[in-house]
Design a protein. Structure first.
Length: 375
């Protein structure tokens, strides 16, 4: 289905060709179906202002996928979706709020992480008495978190007072609570304490805030989720070899010299089943405003004959082999020759801005034909 949609879009996008009757509506319908493949009803609008995606999300994309978005290893991600959210408080230090309205109700929350950037410690007079402090993350239950029962401890650990960098805290249960009852989302509170848990004033350790520091250091919530989508049960390998397959002709078979349009069609019929390029350009489709990476990818498609006898290079199934024999010997009416179809599919990854301008990494199954066979 995806290949048909892409081929239709590319045909309708060719410059210089007269538009057939209903071409505009066909293109709109094809784009709608393509959005359904990507799990969307409407394309997200481009960000109102130029925005840089969090470096963490860019690095994660580069770890999971190659430059074309094709998955390097299907087991790297937990689930098939990673969502990032920036803090919406922009003011109160050590208090953080993340709006999760863009998370679908059917998404299963697997892991939720609070990412905070630890700043270089302030210069202090006299010798330093401590090398570590305790950082505690609380789920705020009431507007007054310091009141009895106003907060719940989610995570706590010792953090060095030397150096700077990202600190990550697991807060999965809090996010699951917020997804069940959106009104319960009162945010998070982070406390810097002495080793015994007593408060430190002023705290010797500070984290970057969303208001006073560079965008690359803003507090961030990262969700690893699964939306329940699953692809076809075709063989899956590690990093795919996406070089076009060269046609392999049976031994002693010669291709006659043919000319003209009819000759081209005849030559196509003589070509064995093989993989051909199928470029998908998101700018040409009109999606470049909200898709960060990749700018496009090669989906490939399968084309060619599956005539008797089927060689091993055509990767036939036993059923296809029997079908080709029945077809060749005319042992049964109405039996066609096997079809040239993908027998190995790979997933791709998109890094994009959603409707709320949050950056999302999503993995889509069965998007690239890895190899072709007669089935």
């Amino acid at each position: 289905m995806l290949g048909t949609i892409l081929l239709l879009l590319l045909a309708l996008a060719k410059p210089g060709c007269p538009s057939p009757t209903g071409a505009t509506s066909r293109r709109a319908e094809a784009l709608k179906r393509l959005l359904e493949v990507f799990g969307m009803e409407d394309p997200p609008p481009p960000p109102a202002h130029v925005k840089q995606p969090p470096q963490y999300m860019v690095d994660l994309f580069n770890t999971v996928a190659n430059a074309d978005g094709v998955t390097k290893n299907p087991d790297i991600l937990e689930g098939n979706t990673v969502r990032s959210f920036l803090d919406k408080t922009h003011g109160e230090k050590m208090r953080f709020l993340f709006v999760l309205s863009s998370v679908a109700k059917n998404e299963k929350i697997l892991t939720a992480e609070l990412h905070l950037f630890r700043l270089w410690p302030r210069a202090t007079d006299g010798p330093k008495r401590h090398h570590f402090c305790q950082v505690s993350v609380y789920q705020v239950l009431e507007n007054q978190p310091d009141a009895a029962g106003g907060k719940k401890l989610l995570a706590a650990r010792l953090v060095s007072l030397q150096g700077s960098g990202w600190e990550v805290f697991a807060i999965t249960q809090a996010v699951r609570d917020w997804m069940e009852d959106e009104s319960s989302n009162q945010g998070l509170l982070v406390a810097v304490q002495a080793l015994g848990g007593s408060p430190l004033d002023p705290p010797p350790l500070q984290f970057a805030s969303g208001k006073d520091h560079h965008e690359s250091k803003k507090p961030m919530l990262v969700l690893f989720t699964d939306d329940g989508r699953r692809g076809a049960s075709l063989p899956v390998a590690g990093f795919p070899d996406l070089q076009p397959q060269a046609p392999v002709l049976p031994a002693k078979m010669s291709v006659p010299k043919l000319t003209g349009p009819r000759s081209v069609r005849s030559l196509d019929r003589l070509q064995p089943c093989q993989k051909h390029p199928l470029s998908v350009d998101f700018e040409e489709i009109g999606w470049s405003g909200w898709i960060i990476s990749p700018r496009g990818y090669n989906a490939y498609h399968c084309k060619g004959s599956c005539t008797f006898p089927l060689g091993e290079n055509m990767r036939p199934t036993n059923h296809a082999t029997v079908q080709s024999i029945i077809n060749a010997l005319k042992l049964s009416e109405g039996v066609s020759s096997p079809c040239c179809v993908p027998d190995k599919l790979y997933s791709i990854n998109l890094l994009y801005f959603d409707d709320d301008e949050n950056v999302v990494l999503k993995q889509y199954d069965d998007m690239v034909a890895g190899s072709c066979g007669c089935h």
